[in-house]
Design a protein around this ligand. Structure first.
Ligand code: SAM
Length: 322
């Protein structure tokens, strides 16, 4: 069992997961799993090699999530907005700009401490600041230590457990609730209690008439392998407060349907891996020898991508699938 921790320490451990995710992504990029010229500006190189099954897992996560994001951008013809919840050091804004796929506005939200770190990197590194300046028009760009607001990119420090505070801050940064909106939560909801994540999802479903949500996180957590995953995190004082909703694909879907979304899908990462373009999968499988095939499969069966939509404008969001 983990030693008891207070709320501040618990939040600090959750913030620490931001570093883990981006260090792993940077390592996989350095081996050649996918291209991301921006991640190196946000996070140091890993001190040690990451195991091949971890790199492949991140490959599937990044490609799986980005497949659905691009499907949303296509259906809305980029006449939409993206709100990346618990974005950490994610680089999607910069990668979408390179591909000419920016939505009307791209928002990121994370704890103020993480946001301050991200803004510091953006301010001090021209490869990060230049694309923001290039996509900006109109008045001068607003920037302080906890938020940055430009015409196409905005980053806000807020606690996702308070939807009213979140909405107020996003509105100050010109959130338009009438635009089709995609909310992305990649490994974030699991750190909130079931009540807190349900209230965030309900807020989103009731605030945006046309919207989609993508959630990547753990699943099948009731078995022995899931238990070990929980214990490993607890040892680092990181509590998966929302793990009971990660017991099955059904529990994941039910949370979305119970929060006001019209349809919901949930697919485990082994399935997602099988849906990815096979030529690229063969390319990455040749990068590193994978000894532990069974371990890889078990890991992939313990993560999933879930998505849901509501679509009063009939843009076809309900048809988005792998
Ligand atoms: C595992 S990291 C994932 C980061 C990013 N989504 C990615 O996949 O690279 C989880 C992120 O969620 C943020 N987070 C968790 N709970 C939060 C909350 N209540 N309010 C704001 N941010 C939160 C953490 O600070 C951290 O940056």
């Amino acid at each position: 069992m983990a030693a008891a921790t207070g709320p501040d320490e618990a939040d600090e451990a959750v913030r620490g997961t931001c570093e883990d995710a981006s260090v792993c992504k940077r390592f996989a990029v350095s081996v050649g799993y996918w291209k991301d010229p921006y991640i190196q500006h946000f996070v140091r190189q890993a001190k040690e090699r990451k195991a091949p099954e971890i790199n492949r897992g991140y490959y599937a996560r990044v490609h799986g999530v980005s497949y659905l994001i691009k499907a949303f951008l296509q259906k809305t013809q980029c006449n939409s907005q993206i709100v990346n919840l618990g974005a950490g050091m994610d680089t999607l804004f910069w990668r979408l700009k390179d591909e000419n796929l920016l939505p009307r506005k791209y928002f990121e939200v994370d704890f103020p401490m993480i946001v301050a770190r991200k803004i510091h990197n953006i301010k001090s590194k021209p490869p990060l600041s230049k694309p923001i300046m290039e996509s900006h028009s109109g008045d001068s760009l607003l920037i302080d230590s906890h938020s940055l607001d430009s015409s196409r990119y905005s980053i806000v420090g807020a606690d996702l457990r308070s939807s009213s505070d979140l909405e107020e801050k996003l509105r100050k940064h010109s959130l338009d609730t009438h635009l089709p909106t995609l909310l992305v939560a990649e490994c974030v909801l699991v750190y909130m209690t079931p009540q807190q994540s349900a209230s965030l999802l309900k807020w989103a479903a009731s605030t945006f008439p046309v919207a989609m949500v993508i959630n990547y996180e753990q699943v099948n957590m009731r078995d022995r392998f899931g238990q070990i995953m929980i214990e490993n995190l607890q040892r680092r004082h990181c509590n998966l407060a929302g793990v009971e909703l990660c017991s099955s694909l059904d529990s994941q879907r039910e949370r979305l349907l119970g929060s006001g979304w019209d349809n919901a899908h949930a697919v485990d990462m082994m399935k997602v891996y099988s849906f990815l373009p096979q030529a690229d999968v063969r390319r990455i499988e040749a990068l590193e020898f994978l000894d532990e095939k069974e371990l890889f499969e078990q890991l992939m069966q313990h993560y999933c991508i879930c998505w849901a939509s509501k679509d009063s404008s009939n843009l076809g969001l309900a048809n988005i699938d792998f």
